[in-house]
Design a protein around this ligand. Structure first.
Ligand SMILES: NC(=O)c1ccc[n+]([C@@H]2O[C@H](COP(=O)([O-])OP(=O)(O)OC[C@H]3O[C@@H](n4cnc5c(N)ncnc54)[C@H](OP(=O)(O)O)[C@@H]3O)[C@@H](O)[C@H]2O)c1
Length: 307
């Protein structure tokens, strides 16, 4: 099969002869229809040479492992799928969710990483409740657009997004009640002090800027941080009201995201759809991501929806 494979030292190379893998007892083989690239793919690629890139995919079940229950050949699915920049990928059943008919493969591919990060950031680490006031930093990116949409769907009374001037309208369209244009104003100038219950920071490093705008006991949850913050977070020494989180990918959370977005009628904002699966398009997608200027999610079409 065709696949984009991580190279030693970083980056990817193209191969047309990667062996199609066989599913283990609790795995399914998925014919990938769409895949969504994430920054984590290129961050970890130097540490995983020879491995197919990518981790978010939507597609059709092609083969089912011996112990798999509840999934059948031909099912439309979305999954965390390590190695999905390829025509086929193995998925662990605990990460696979069936895709309802009212969802397209393009819409579904970004759900695992961006939307599960936002869901877990708000609901689990941020302890968000209905009626809370929520700040989303990086509101125009993949995790940030997810954060805005999910904060609304979870019942926030006010969602404020932070982005640059060119993305202000997009972030409002996605549901933010107010938008802070970080190129011309500060969050404190816009909302005043003692305002937010939860801050979801998909950029990282905003804690000092947002602290005065947070209520006492409010939670600050970030997706990025320095080495010391990661050590504290991963060893459980962090605690308190500042969290650096690592997303997980259970299928039940994918189903929750689908239900929440169906409730409000929202869908992932696809900043760019790459319609051909070839090396140039894969590299163009990762090049765009590395610019840190993409809007919403990037999606690549890998195979046609029908085989
Ligand atoms: N810890 C975890 O489990 C986890 C999970 C998922 C992602 N992540 C990490 O989280 C980060 C975000 O991921 P992503 O997929 O959302 O990235 P992304 O889609 O590439 O983010 C791009 C967006 O970032 C915005 N941005 C850049 N600098 C900004 C700033 N200073 N203030 C506000 N917005 C800014 C840009 O908006 P403007 O052009 O308007 O500035 C752009 O829309 C990545 O580093 C990723 O590796 C971590």
């Amino acid at each position: 099969m065709k696949a984009a494979v991580n190279k030693l030292g970083g980056g990817r190379k193209w191969s047309s002869s990667v062996r199609i893998p066989e599913p283990g007892p609790k795995q399914v083989l998925v014919r990938v229809v769409t895949a969504s690239p994430n920054p984590i793919d290129y961050k970890i690629s130097p540490m995983r040479p020879g491995v197919v890139a990518g981790q978010d995919a939507a597609g059709v079940v092609e083969k089912v492992g011996k112990e798999v229950r509840g999934l059948e050949v031909g099912d439309r699915v979305v999954s965390h799928a390590a190695g999905c920049m390829a025509e086929f990928v193995l998925c662990n059943v605990g990460c696979v969710a069936k895709l309802p008919e009212n969802w397209t493969f393009e819409q579904a591919a970004p759900l695992p990483t961006a939307y599960l990060s936002a869901l877990q950031g708000l609901r689990d680490h941020g302890k968000m409740k209905e009626g809370d006031k929520v700040l989303v930093v990086g509101a125009s990116g993949a995790c940030g657009t997810a954060g805005v949409q999910l904060a609304k769907a979870l019942g926030a009374s006010e969602v404020v997004g932070v982005c640059s001037s060119r993305n202000v309208e997009l972030v409002k369209e996605l549901g933010a009640d107010r938008v802070v244009d970080y190129t011309s104003e500060t969050i404190l100038e816009v909302v005043g002090d003692d305002f937010f219950d939860v801050v979801f920071d998909s950029v990282g490093g905003y804690v000092a800027k947002v602290r005065p705008t947070m209520k006492k006991g409010a939670m600050y949850v970030a997706l990025n941080g320095g080495a010391v913050s990661w050590i504290k977070s991963l060893t459980g020494l962090g605690g308190g009201t500042e969290k650096l989180m690592m997303a997980r990918f259970p299928s039940r959370d994918i189903r929750t995201v689908i239900e929440l977005l169906d409730k409000t009628g929202a869908r992932p904002h696809i900043g760019h759809l790459f319609k051909e699966f070839n090396f140039e398009e894969v590299e163009r997608a990762y090049g765009m991501l590395k610019s840190h200027r993409t809007r919403g999610n990037l999606v690549l079409r890998i195979n046609a929806a029908e085989s």
